[in-house]
Design a protein. Structure first.
Ligand code: TXA
Ligand code: MG
Length: 323
């Protein structure tokens, strides 16, 4: 069913309207510091089910529940001592913790895909903070894109995929981090990085020295159910670690660009990884649409160093390149 998607501004009236829609079981996309989320009342089974429908998600991948405060999050899941230290260090911010559900967890079972764990996060974006406080309930939110596509970092990106499929989007401008949150599983005997993201492994290990690194490319053992290899896919094929551009190839550059490309987008001319992370998804979308219009056959991607945020950037690039 198609509905007109409201564009809301992030003032008091816009936030109040978005909160009322969420409390009424509607879907509302909202900005976080990582990417835009597709929000639903996490306590409402039907609202959570509607997320999967709007995104065309083939299966019930577990969703992250979002809260205004750590205290609210830890009302639904059981924090370990390490969880409390990580929350202290990185919340509000781009970190998601997977923890055991409490017996009286308010989050619908469907949001956790029936698992005994629940992923929780306290986002830092001021609009997300105000919205979550106004809703007063956990808000389930995957990235606000059609399943398998590049995550949205602007309200316009959200509308490109979901216009007419959701009640509203709050326009809070471009996301500052630009990559999804880091997902850490704290439900087992050893803390496990499930998804590289906005908080680096190096930073996590300052608080949690035993943190196991992501085995992202081990397709045989995906420990995070939503982590399939093919993801974030532009239509044009990507060629990674390019040192030259072929005729008819667009270029995703990092640092001083390889000359001669018909179309080029530089993630960061000065080679800054935070700038590159913030511009990655917008750059992929732009090269994909402009490149197709110009008849390009693919996108050559220059190498990006793997340290710090480069780990998450390389993770997303390899998924985008995988066919
Ligand atoms: O930055 C973000 O995390 C954004 C914003 C909106 O918060 N959200 C996001 O959600 O990226 P989504 O659904 O696209 O990715 C959630 C990731 C998936 O890889 C999923 O498998 C994993 O978290 N996940 C969620 N619940 C889990 C659980 N109980 N156990 C293991 N992995 C879980
Ligand atoms: Mg996603």
């Amino acid at each position: 069913m198609s509905v007109a998607t409201l564009r809301l501004v992030p003032d008091a009236a816009g936030i109040a309207q978005a909160a009322a829609l969420l409390r009424a079981g509607q879907l509302v996309a909202f900005p976080t510091e990582t990417v835009y989320g597709l929000g639903a009342d996490a306590t409402d089974e039907a609202a959570v089910a509607a997320i999967y429908g709007a995104k065309n998600r083939p299966s019930f991948n577990p969703l992250i529940a979002h809260y205004a405060t750590a205290a609210a999050a830890f009302g639904d899941v059981e924090p370990s001592a390490l969880a409390e230290r990580l929350a202290e260090a990185f919340w509000p911010g781009p970190l998601t913790l997977v923890l055991p559900r409490r017996p009286l967890c308010t989050v619908a079972r469907l949001a956790g895909a029936g698992l005994d764990t629940q992923a929780v996060r306290v986002p830092a974006h001021p609009v997300a903070q105000r919205l979550l406080a106004a809703v007063g309930r956990a808000v389930a939110a995957p990235s606000a894109n059609l399943s398998g596509r590049v995550s949205p970092t602007t309200a316009q990106h959200v509308l490109e995929g979901l216009d007419g499929r959701i009640a509203a989007v709050i326009d809070g401008g471009a996301c500052a981090v630009g990559l999804e949150s880091t997902v850490v599983d704290l439900s087992g005997s050893r803390p496990n990085l499930l998804r590289a993201g906005g908080v680096t492994l190096e930073a996590l290990r300052e608080v949690a020295p035993a943190m196991a690194a992501a085995e992202d490319h081990d397709a045989a053992a995906p420990r995070s159910p939503g982590q399939s290899l093919s993801h974030y896919s532009p239509d044009l094929p990507l060629r990674l670690n390019a040192t030259e551009v072929a005729e008819n190839e667009a270029l995703l550059a990092f640092g001083p660009a390889i000359p001669g490309a018909v179309l080029s987008f530089n993630l960061s001319e000065v080679g800054n990884l935070a700038e590159a992370a913030a511009r990655l998804f917008a750059g992929l979308r732009w090269l994909d649409s402009q490149g197709r219009a110009l008849g390009c056959r693919g996108i050559a991607v220059m190498p990006v160093p793997r340290e710090g945020l480069g780990a998450a950037i390389n993770d997303r690039l390899s998924r985008a390149a995988h066919r």
